[in-house]
Structure formats: C-alpha cells, structure tokens
Design a protein around this ligand. Structure first.
Ligand SMILES: Nc1ncnc2c1ncn2[C@@H]1O[C@H](COP(=O)(O)OP(=O)(O)OP(=O)(O)O)[C@@H](O)[C@H]1O
Length: 614
C-alpha cells in the first residue's frame, strides 16, 4: 500500500487530501488488474492467430461419412454452450409433422435444442433447432484447460471436414476429447436414434437425434410387429449366409397404405429396437438426380435403416418427366388438338395451359431422377450392403412393378384405417390404468383377429428363397391388418357413461364439463373400468373408417378424460362424417368452377340431349 501511495502522491501533488489519494489508488489498482487480465488472455489466444506457431498445434481432421468420430464430435459440439453465446453458429431445423417425428411430444429437450413453442401451440408444425459450428469459420472452445480451435468446412468431394486443433505438448487432449464424444454418443444411442438427411452434395448430414419410440406404442394388429422384428433381426445376423450364396446382403420393406396409419412411426420404433440410425432421403427433393442418389446409396453405413419416404411422389414425377408413355403423349396431343378445334377457347384457357406446361418443364429442369437411376441406386454395384431399406407410399398402384419386386422390396405390409381392435388397443395405450398388471391380463383375454387367408392381399410377404423357412412360419402367424372385429362379448356400457344418440351433434365439452371431467380423471380408474371404456370406445368407432392418427387426435382432445372420450366417440364419428361430406361438396364445387373456367362455352350435357319430336 505504501508503494502504491508513493506512486500516486506525485500525481496528485503535495496538497492532495487522503480521500483523493485513496480514490486514485483504486483507479491504479483496477487498471493494473484489467491490463494483466487482457495480457494473459491475448497470450493465450495469440498463438492461434500466429501461423508461424502452427507447429505447436496438435490437429485432428475428421470427415463426414468416412469417420465415426466425425459424428461423435458433431453431436458433442452441438451440445456445447458456446453455440448459445457465439455470434456465428449454424442452425439446422427439423420439422416434426405428426409422423416420423410424431413421437416428439414426449421428447426431452436437449440443452442446445430449442423448440418453437408458440408455433406448436397454434397447431402448426413444430420446429426443433439444432446449433452447430458454422462452416468455414474458426471457432474457439475452452475444453479441460485448453483452447481448442474448431473449423468445419466442405471439401470438393462433397464430404464435410471437421478440423480441431489445440496447442499442447502432445495429442492426449484431442484423444480425450474424441473418447468423451464417443462415450456421450454411445450413451445416447441407448435411448436415442440418430437421424441423417441426404443433402444436395450427395452427403448424409447428421440432423437430429430422437428418443426411441417403444414398439409397444405402435398399435398394429397382432403379429405384424413381431414378424417385422424377427425378420429384420434374422437378416442382420445372416451376413455370412448371404455371402456364401452370393446373394447381395440387402433387404427391402415396403410399407404402403392410407396416411396416418403408422408407417413412419413403425420404422422409427424398429430403428430404436434394433439400435440402428436412420438415413432419410426424400426422392421428391428438387435436387435429386441419378448420380446423387447413387452416391448417397453407396455412402450409407453397413448397419442402418435407409428410409425412402413417399416413394410414389418422386416416382410419379420422374415418369411424368422422362418416361412418359407413348399412350399418354398421344392422349395429351389429342387433347391439345381437340381444344385447338374449339372456336370458343379463350385467352384464359391458353394461359392456364401454358402455365401448366411451364410448370412441368420446370420440374424436368430441376429433378432428373429416372426409374432406371433409382433401381440402379438401390441395388447397383455401388449400392452398399447390410442396410435395411424401408420405403413408404400411400399409392402402391402408382409404383412400377420393377421397383417392388423381391430383392428390392422383399416384404410388403399394407396399412389400413384403424380396425376396432386397433381402436381398443389405442384407447388402452392412451390412458394409464390403476392396475397395469390387471390390464395386461385382460388384454391377453382379447380375442385375436384370425390370420389372413393365403389369398389375403393385406399382408403379402414376398420372401426370397433365402427366407422361405421364415416365410412359411410368418405366413401362418401373421395376422391380417384388415382384421375383423374384436369380440363384443361382455361389452357392457357403464351406467355413468352418457351416450349421445345417433344424429346428435358432437360438441366439445363446456368449461364445467371439462373441470368435472378433470377432477374425475385425477382419481385412478381401475383396470376393469378402463377395459370397459376401451370396449365402449371401440364399439363406437366404425371398422376401418378412420385412421389411427385421426383417433389419436380425438383422444388427445380428451387426454385427461377417458370417460368422456369413450362416451362421446359416437358423436365424434357423426361430426367427422358431416365434416367430410361438407369438404367433399366443397371440393366438388371447386372442381366444377375450375372446369367452367377452362371450358366456359362448352354446351352442357342437357343441351346435347336430342329433342324428341312429337
Ligand atoms: N398404428 C399406429 N400406432 C400408434 N400410433 C399411430 C399409428 N398410426 C398412426 N399413429 C400416430 O399418428 C401419427 C401419424 O402416424 P405416421 O406418420 O406414422 O403415419 P404414416 O402412415 O406414416 O402417415 P403418412 O403416410 O401420411 O406419412 C403419429 O403421431 C402416430 O403416433
């Protein structure tokens, strides 16, 4: 302190008071501390900026697709709090439509992932944001007493490269980092699956990780899940068997049928069960072409699920573009000629036709995937082995037979609207029972739908010769997805279950009803009561008229009111039918309007009817 006083005294002069000297002491002290702090921090960072000191660095470079550590570190980096504070970070978003991501409701949010709640509240698509290091920018991260320099870039071959450098006497800190990232990645793999999306460079890009979805949460008629799991497991351990017989070690599953019936959810659940990551490629992407798809399919790791979503959407486009049949072309030509003959054709018509053809031309300019390109990518020489290929479609009839033949799609599963059995199982899954064990016992007592007849088209398994044994086994076990109704024996409606009569309109519960139901819901229902409600619910739901997703939506509206969910199901069915009818009429009216717009002066049918001369 005396030293400090002797330094300050000459600055203030002899007449300075002791309070002035104290104030000045503080200023000098603060300044010294701050200067020391800045010097030490620049000393730390200086080497990063000085290229001539680069020999002091230990560096590791990892490439996407080639190195697993790349994935480990990308996951580790996305969890770093630095991206929350950094001014330069990249976000990838994944929309969670109810489907593949439909199970997101129960996801635990990770520290660095944020969900746009306001959007989800409004019932729009939910968006998850994942923060990652920006490309071509160097980031600095403090890790275990060392400053790491992280750089993410893209190489000319399309691969992403991650370079991590550190000033250290040896590379042990980098080894520690990679091992920690691996540990975290593997720990997560136990509970989560990693999702990769194809990008326009022909690379797979880690996009997100999801909680595993339990298979038990998928409500399919009995035997279907079991068959799939047994088939996929059997395949994964049969590599040598395939190699010995010279059969390409690949297996394809085609899940087709109505929307909202659980195709994507089932794939998600299977990935979790088998601890496989999912590689998603949307064939309707504007950038997809034969060569990119071939590159992508050659770059999937050996044990994973490749998911081709909405196979028909892409394929329809490609056939329209490149392989339009002669017949179609002739038809179109004739149509054009016919309309040219029409003297009444207006300028609007020309405009709209030109607009349509321009739109078609645009498609061909962008997406140039062809059927042969797709087939080649799936099982050509460059296609990787050991992967499970899942393809989903809502329109089986639009697919080319070549695409669906055994060897490409070995197992077909049709998904229909919810059967009564599914409605009941969904209800039971939805509401917890006070005595789960008892419920399980009751479930066993359920009458199981009969297995499909050999001619049933609902569950076609096109097993290759290699799996003929399994084929016959599953043939006898696999029940039809278009199962018939469940047993109605013992379905007694409870006295406290008011039922809306046929024709009575379904209205959402009033506030009083809602509060009363919530109070009631707090009391746990006995397993027997829940079973009875589930039976009532299934009775009210017509067989195969509504998708499981639609039923789930209805149950969600009553998620704390099992009694109401069961008692109002019949009224809901009526209101849904009315709504559908209304929408159908609106659609028809719109179509008529459009037709009128295209051919304003076309004589009506009535006018064409020859008059009978008396
Ligand atoms: N069989 C099912 N079991 C459990 N949940 C289901 C089932 N079917 C649909 N769902 C629920 O409905 C929503 C939509 O399901 P999903 O996306 O799997 O259907 P999809 O058949 O793939 O539909 P799309 O053909 O439109 O892609 C999800 O939230 C899912 O939880």
């Amino acid at each position: 302190m005396d030293t400090l006083k002797s330094l300050v005294q000459p600055l203030l002069g002899a007449g300075a008071s002791s309070s002035m000297i104290d104030g000045m002491k503080l200023v000098v002290l603060g300044g010294t501390v701050e200067t020391a702090r800045r010097m030490s921090s620049s000393a730390c960072l200086l080497p990063f900026r000085a290229s001539r000191l680069s020999s002091l660095y230990s560096t590791t470079s990892l490439q996407s697709e080639e190195d697993m550590p790349y994935d480990w570190l990308m996951l580790w980096l996305s969890r770093r709090p630095e991206w929350q504070r950094s001014r330069e970070f990249e976000t990838t978003t994944s929309s969670s439509s109810p489907g593949f991501y439909g199970y997101r409701e129960s996801d635990d949010m990770l520290g660095e992932e944020e969900e746009d709640e306001s959007e989800s509240l409004n019932g729009k698509r939910r968006t998850r944001v994942v923060f990652q290091p920006t490309q071509d920018t160097t980031h600095t991260i403090f890790y275990r007493g060392h400053w790491l320099r992280v750089r993410r870039s893209r190489k000319s071959n399309g691969y992403e490269q991650l370079t991590i450098s550190v000033i250290a006497r040896n590379n042990s800190i980098l080894k520690q980092l990679v091992l920690q990232a691996k540990k975290e990645y593997e720990a997560e793999a136990v509970h989560r699956i990693q999702i990769y999306f194809a990008d326009s460079y022909g690379s797979w890009r880690w996009t997100d990780s999801r909680h595993k979805r339990p298979l038990s949460s998928i409500v399919l008629n009995p035997g279907v899940k079991e068959m799939l799991i047994s088939d996929t497991k059997d395949f994964l351990k049969s590599e040598k068997w395939y190699a010995d017989r010279g059969i390409p070690f690949r297996r394809g599953y085609l899940l087709y049928g109505v929307p909202g019936s659980g195709k994507s959810s089932l794939i998600h659940a299977i990935a979790g069960e088998l601890m496989l990551d999912i590689y998603v490629v949307s064939l309707s992407s504007s950038w997809i072409n034969d060569s990119t798809l071939t590159t992508l399919m050659g770059r999937v790791p050996s044990r994973c699920i490749v998911l081709l979503e909405d196979l028909d959407a892409a394929f329809t486009r490609s056939t329209n573009r490149q392989e339009k049949s002669k017949k179609e072309k002739e038809k179109e030509k004739k149509k054009d000629n016919d309309s040219d003959d029409e003297t009444t054709t207006t300028a609007t018509t020309h405009r709209s036709r030109r607009h349509r053809s321009l739109k078609a031309d645009n498609l061909s300019d962008v997406n140039t995937l062809t059927l042969s390109g797709l087939l080649n990518a799936l099982d050509g020489v460059a296609a990787s082995e050991g992967r499970l290929l899942f393809a989903t479609t809502n329109h089986l009839e639009r697919l080319d037979p070549a695409l669906c033949r055994p060897g490409r799609m070995d197992v077909w599963i049709e998904f229909k609207n919810a059967s009564k059995w599914q409605a009941k199982a969904l209800f039971r899954n939805f509401f917890p029972s006070a005595d789960a064990d008892a419920a399980a016992d009751d479930a066993e007592a359920l009458e199981i739908p009969p297995p499909p007849s050999p001619t049933s088209s609902t569950f076609s398994t096109l097993f290759s010769d290699a799996f003929s044994g399994l084929s016959s086994a599953s043939g006898s076990q696999s029940p039809s997805l278009s199962s018939t109704s469940i047993s109605r024996q013992g379905s007694v409606r409870g006295p406290s279950t008011p039922v809306k009569t046929e024709g009575e309109q379904y209205l959402p519960p009033t506030m009083e009803e809602h509060l009363a139901a919530c109070a009631q819901a707090r009391k746990p229902l006995s397993a027997a009561r829940l079973e009875q409600l589930a039976t009532d619910f299934a009775e009210a739901i017509p067989d195969e008229e509504f998708s499981v997703a639609a039923l789930q939506g209805y149950l969600l509206k009553n998620k704390s009111r099992p009694e109401t969910a069961a008692s109002e199901a019949a009224a809901w069915v009526i209101s849904e039918r009315q709504l559908r009818e209304k929408l159908r009429k609106e659609r028809e009216a719109r179509k008529l309007e459009e037709e009128k717009e295209v051919r304003p002066n076309t004589p009506s049918l009535l006018a064409c009817t020859p008059l009978t001369l008396l």
